[in-house]
Write a protein that binds this ligand. Structure first.
Ligand code: NAD
Length: 277
């Protein structure tokens, strides 16, 4: 069965839109883009479009000439502005900009990407904070299909700070048993074949073939790879879908869930800031 991220994302976006209509003013998301990277430009465009669709105010600051001092000044201005509720600085940053310093500069209360050390620690310690959009979207998608997580063996391939590592915490918080595999893991199959839920986030096109998947497992494919002009995941969908009980397609799987989760994070940021002002 397909885990239809596009459909679930649409439902979640409609819920955000309905909430926004009852608010006294619109949540405001500011996206800062420091490169001309075509993939980043297309992600940013999708985020802007979705933000406008749900009734947010959305501002894109696309400036490839920013040095670190000016970028930090810009973030400071956005931090101080009560009319800005969410700040997202699209990664990867332009050459010469230090990602740790830039992420640390964002007010944690406006950090809708969840990359500020305060939000990373909050997730680690199971405190309220902002969870990165892709991991949040994956859990939302599994929940929408009522897929059981507690006591299941979740195998995550990939340990990035954007996807794999936050997912470890989210699944642990839900009482799963979690195994993390990565590029130095030996005999990958020996782990994946015991997974009830297999999450693949490697950036290696179609690397997970049907023989890595336990029959009946749930497969979540996070990968976005362009092969011969076509978008494909990290899982060989054709073959894997014959073995898995549930599987996400690429596109229309995790990608749209990332977008709706970013909107939910921004709405949460707005609500928390409002309740404190
Ligand atoms: P990354 O490059 O930061 O991390 C990749 C991880 O995969 C690393 O931890 C590495 O150890 C592991 N890995 C690489 N090759 C491996 C192998 N042969 N065997 C086992 N592990 C291996 O990537 P990322 O930022 O986590 O993104 C992963 C993929 O997900 C990419 O295709 C990216 O485009 C995609 N992505 C999609 C979304 C979305 O919204 N759908 C969001 C973020 C990232």
């Amino acid at each position: 069965m397909l885990l239809d991220g596009k459909a679930i994302s649409k439902t979640r976006q409609t819920a955000v839109k309905d909430t926004v209509q009852s608010l006294p003013d619109a949540p405001h998301l500011v996206v800062v883009l420091t490169t001309d990277n075509p993939a980043s430009q297309s992600y940013v465009k999708a985020k802007e479009k979705a933000a406008q669709h749900v009734g947010f105010k959305s501002t894109l600051i696309h400036d490839t000439t920013l040095d670190e001092t000016r970028l930090l000044q810009l973030i400071d201005t956005l931090n101080q502005d009560p009319g800005v509720h969410g700040i997202l600085v699209q990664l990867p940053l332009a050459k010469g900009l230090n990602v740790e310093r830039v992420m640390r500069a964002i007010d944690p209360a406006k950090d809708v990407d969840g990359f500020h050390p305060e939000n990373v620690a909050a997730l680690f310690q199971k405190r309220p904070g902002f969870v990165p959009a892709t991991p949040r979207g994956i859990l939302t998608l599994l929940d929408a299909y009522e897929i059981e997580i507690e006591s299941k063996h979740v195998v995550i391939i990939g340990r990035s700070q954007i996807v794999g590592t936050p997912l470890v915490h989210l699944f642990l918080h839900r009482n799963a048993t979690v195994t993390v595999c990565h590029s130095k893991t030996e005999d990958l199959k020996s782990y994946t074949l015991s997974a009830d839920i297999l999450v693949v986030a490697t950036g290696r096109a179609r690397m997970i073939t049907a023989d890595y998947i336990r029959p009946g497992a749930v497969v979540v494919d996070v990968g976005i790879n362009r092969v011969d002009g076509k978008l494909v995941g990290d899982v060989d969908f054709e073959a894997a879908s014959k073995v898995a009980s549930y599987i996400t397609p690429v596109p229309k799987g995790v990608g749209p869930m990332t977008i709706s989760s970013l909107l939910e994070n921004t709405l949460d940021a707005y609500t928390r800031q409002r309740s404190q002002s």
